[in-house]
Design a binder for this molecule. Structure first.
Ligand code: PSV
Ligand code: MN
Length: 424
């Protein structure tokens, strides 16, 4: 299904008056609103190719119908999101879940939808039917050199696929670890992993980055070989300048101070990118900002402060990706909500009175510091986010338009009720 620009324009016309009234009020509340709108227009969040179908747990999966059956249809779905919000201008592929057959045609299709290819993701956490060796006991850490080689070769193959598509980064997430004490020699596992990562790093083109994602647990429940930001940092520091840590919001032990992690990684020039989602118990993969919007804001507050301190380009210098699963929601509606929540948190962080905060910090005025942050968090910035969409030809209210056009119904009509997208 394609959404025409004039459909969006007439949706916007209907909502315009109300929007403009809100915008005038918001602009009177926020000093830098014009500059914030410009930054929001530039900011893009990549959509993972594995999040376009219904997710599930080991207990079941309840598909909603109309899921994309091929990479082409996944690109079309991301194209729909981008048309609605003009903030999802990239797709992140997971290989081998999505292997392009004809790179030229896939690139052309993505270009038709104004989409770029963000980080490519390798998969050494599942065995493939045609693979010679099993990853049952790990991949890059494996005690068996032949298995490590298979995993390294796979990552190099993923880089090659990415080069064809114009991607410029590889995300490595390892399920490697152990389930029982004594199963692994931790040091040996670290050394094997480092050596494997060095081989992958050596295959990176000069303009590429390698993102090493950490996760505290799952699928291994005693130890994980890249379990936290310190462990990821230790690897990426040894690998070189092109290697950075990737922070997935759902990959921390409960109550971890993610905003502090972000701040310090940025200070060390070792923050590479993000996987956004939200969670209550673990790696729940819920809609970004659904549960802890204040935490999301605090993370963006550190991001904006830290990126500005290093003179970084907010839109381009870090990888912004969603990594979520949608067990009961329509995946496309969920992704629209995630992007909106991320944009709101970013806009709120941009509106923080930094000078006043610096003074409050220098004077140990704890009360004032909290007032400044919470004032930014509690100021409604939704009209700025909507205005950024309006100016770039997207919809004032993407979810409402998605529903009024019955996009899901149309996709079910085109693809059928029982389609299954690749992914977890
Ligand atoms: C692992 O939980 C993870 O966050 C990694 O980013 C994987 O690539 C993705 O989820 C797979 O679903
Ligand atoms: Mn992730």
């Amino acid at each position: 299904m394609l959404i025409q620009s004039n459909t969006i324009a007439s949706h916007n016309d209907d909502l315009l008056k109300k929007h403009q009234n809100k915008l005038v009020f918001t602009a009177s509340e926020i000093a830098e609103s014009e500059a914030i709108i410009q930054k929001l227009i530039d900011f893009q969040i990549a959509i993972p190719s594995w999040a376009l179908g219904t997710g599930g747990t080991r207990f079941g999966r309840f598909a909603g119908g109309g899921e994309p059956r091929s990479l082409e249809e996944k690109i079309e779905d991301v194209g729909l999101l981008h048309k609605l919000n003009n903030a999802s201008g990239a797709i992140s592929l997971h290989i081998p879940w999505d292997i392009p057959q004809d790179h030229k045609a896939i690139k052309a299709l993505a270009a038709q939808h104004n989409l770029l290819f963000d980080a490519v993701n390798s998969n050494t956490f599942q065995d493939q039917t045609d693979s010679a060796h099993s990853y049952r006991y790990g991949s890059l850490q494996n005690v068996n050199k032949a298995i490590r080689k298979q995993a390294v070769d796979h990552n190099i193959e993923v880089i090659k696929q990415g080069i064809e598509l114009g991607s410029e980064s590889l995300t490595v997430w390892l399920a490697d670890g152990s389930n029982f004490p004594g199963q692994l020699n931790f040091r040996r596992a670290y050394e094997n992993t480092l050596e494997s990562l060095q081989e992958i790093y050596a295959a990176l083109p000069s303009n590429w980055k390698l993102f090493l994602e950490y996760k505290c647990a799952e699928p291994n429940f005693y130890s994980t070989t890249v379990a936290d930001w310190g462990q990821s940092y230790s690897y990426v520091k040894k690998l070189g300048d092109k290697a950075k840590t990737l922070v997935d919001l759902g990959h921390h032990l409960p109550n971890a101070n993610i905003e502090q992690i972000v701040s310090l990684l940025l200070m060390e020039d070792k923050l590479g990118g993000f996987h956004f989602n939200d969670s209550k118990y673990g790696d729940d993969d819920l809609t970004a900002g659904a549960l802890k919007p204040y935490q999301l804001f605090l993370i963006f507050n550190e991001l904006v402060e830290g990126m500005d301190a290093r003179g970084m380009n907010h839109a381009k210098d870090l990888g912004w990706m969603i990594d979520a699963s949608h067990n009961i929601k329509d995946p496309l509606e969920d992704l629209l909500q995630s992007v909106e929540a991320i944009m709101i948190a970013y806009a709120q962080a941009l509106s923080v009175d930094r000078k006043a905060l610096e003074i409050a910090q220098a004077e140990n005025d704890v009360v004032k510091a909290q007032e400044i942050l919470q004032n930014a968090f509690r100021t409604d910035v939704r009209a700025l986010v909507a205005e950024a969409r309006l100016r770039s030809g997207a919809a004032l209210n993407p979810v409402e338009l998605y529903r009024s056009l019955d996009v899901r119904g149309n996709l079910i009509g085109e693809r059928g009720l029982k389609t299954v997208a690749t992914g977890l």
